[in-house]
Design a protein around this ligand. Structure first.
Ligand SMILES: Cc1ncc(COP(=O)(O)O)c(C=O)c1O
Length: 465
């Protein structure tokens, strides 16, 4: 979709690429670190300066007290935090709850780790959670509940009452809570971010993930972090070391300077600017006949396209690209249930003038879907048929992977929280189950099942959303 969009000079509101300038304190901190030849590996858990800065920020902004020495791991983005958490703590066949609509990476990372996702729907327009449905989704194999707040793709900001309700279920069934709080500073209409770890006694069973890609507009730097009880942090940290060694050292230092030097005003302006963009975008969508589900945070928006007459979300995304030269993502990329096929997702983290132009194009759809520019309809019939074909295959590629479950054959559990709340670190079970997995694969190979080559972990997943 992104490639198609580039090829026709479209505006890409499909992917969450925020290309705002990097705050000078962050850039300067990293440049100075490079000039001072601080370019070697750091400790796997990250440079001291950054972990201390994160601990300070957690205390100041989140109301969370943590020991930077034992509870914080610097990761390769929040993505790296999630990947290492899944690989460290779950066995194939374990189950993890995802609220739907979900972020594609949350799903795909589970699938690659052969962990079985269990979906609990949230209902638009406010994306309310039915706690009875959550309770019903828990089985003896459930290990964790993933909460994304503010959420990509729907912009839901979880309230204290909702977190408490989920927390009760987690406590009752002795589950981990894993949070993705990457958009914690992007909140609208005066909302406050609540870190689930600060609610009740949840800290002892919560792995909080965060990062600076969005807060400092440094998506390419790959600096994130996780906060966990010490035993879990150690287990995950070792896998982080194994896979990544460490996050880029000078960039860790740059981020640390950003956290330490940047004033609160920066964070307020960040949210206020995105809110301005959100409001402008919502208005244009309404003019065009969409029904936008107005986000409470983050910078994505799901919009229902029913009134525009498109039959499904793939058609909607394809037609929007063809007629308005705007790339979006079909709602099926974030849902298992059919409701996904009634909506598409936009990312409005764009420069003002780019979003203004996107709004003009979207508004031009009002009163019937018309091409916005002559160029959009200039192609020869043959060429346009060809590009149509490519577009629709690009859109298909955004569809989520099939949720083929791992076989769930009762592998040993790892790091399951103890009844008293603190979770056990992965121990022998980890190696034993790895050994079983290895033997199983070796047996498959010996049996000459070439088919196993086509069912690699990676083959379960498709591109970014
Ligand atoms: C919910 C969510 N988590 C994590 C990420 C990626 O974060 P990072 O760049 O820190 O890996 C994104 C990026 O779009 C996201 O939307």
């Amino acid at each position: 979709m992104s490639r198609e969009c580039d090829a026709i000079g479209g505006i890409n509101l499909g992917q969450g690429i925020c290309d705002l300038p990097t705050p000078p304190a962050v850039a300067r901190g990293a440049k100075d670190a490079i000039d001072q030849r601080k370019s070697t590996y750091s400790r796997y858990e990250g440079v001291d300066l950054l972990r201390k800065a994160i601990a300070m920020k957690l205390e100041r902004d989140n109301g969370l007290t943590v020991d930077p020495e034992t509870q914080i791991i610097t990761t390769i983005g929040a993505t790296g935090a999630w990947a290492t958490t899944c690989i460290s703590l779950f066995d194939p066949g374990d189950e993890v709850i995802l609220f739907e609509p979900y972020y594609g990476y949350h799903l795909n990372t589970l699938l690659v780790a052969e962990v079985v996702p269990k979906f609990v729907p949230m209902a638009p327009p406010e994306w309310k959670v039915d706690i009875a449905k959550l309770a019903a989704a828990i089985t003896p194999k459930t290990r964790a509940i993933m909460m994304c707040t503010p959420s990509n793709p729907c912009g839901k900001v979880w309230t204290r009452a909702e977190i408490e309700a989920v927390g009760k279920i987690a406590e009752k069934h002795d589950l981990l809570i894993i949070t993705d709080e990457i958009y914690e500073y992007i909140l609208y209409d005066g909302r406050k971010h609540i870190s689930p770890a600060t609610v009740g006694n949840l800290q002892s069973r919560t792995i909080m993930m965060g990062g600076f890609s969005k807060t400092f507009s440094i998506t390419g730097w790959r600096i994130g972090f996780l906060v966990a009880p010490p035993e879990l942090a150690k287990t995950i940290g070792l896998v982080n070391d194994l896979h990544y060694v460490c996050a880029p050292t000078p960039l860790q230092i740059g981020v640390a300077h950003g956290i330490l030097d940047i004033e609160q005003e920066y964070y307020q302006d960040l949210a206020a600017n995105y809110q301005k963009l959100r409001d402008m975008f919502v208005k244009s969508l309404k003019v065009a006949g969409f029904v936008p589900y107005v986000p409470q945070g983050a910078y994505y928006l799901l919009a229902n396209f029913g009134k525009l007459g498109w039959k499904d979300s793939r058609t909607a995304a394809t037609e929007l690209l063809r007629r308005a030269k705007i790339a979006s993502v079909p709602g099926t990329a974030f849902h298992q249930s059919p409701i996904g096929d009634t909506m598409i997702r936009f990312c409005f983290a764009k420069d003002d003038d780019v979003l203004e132009e996107a709004c003009r194009r979207i508004e031009s759809l009002a009163g019937g879907v018309q091409p916005v520019a002559a160029a959009a309809s200039r192609g020869t019939p043959r060429a346009s048929r060809d590009s149509e074909r490519q577009k629709s295959s690009a859109v298909v590629a955004e569809k989520p992977v099939a949720t083929k479950s791992a076989n769930g054959n009762g592998h040993a559990k790892k790091a399951k929280p103890k009844k008293n709340g603190s979770a056990k670190p992965a121990s022998k079970g980890t190696r034993a189950s790895a050994q079983r997995r290895f033997e199983k694969r070796a047996a498959k190979r010996r049996a000459g099942k070439a088919a196993s080559r086509g069912t690699t972990r990676a083959s379960r997943v498709k591109g970014r959303q």
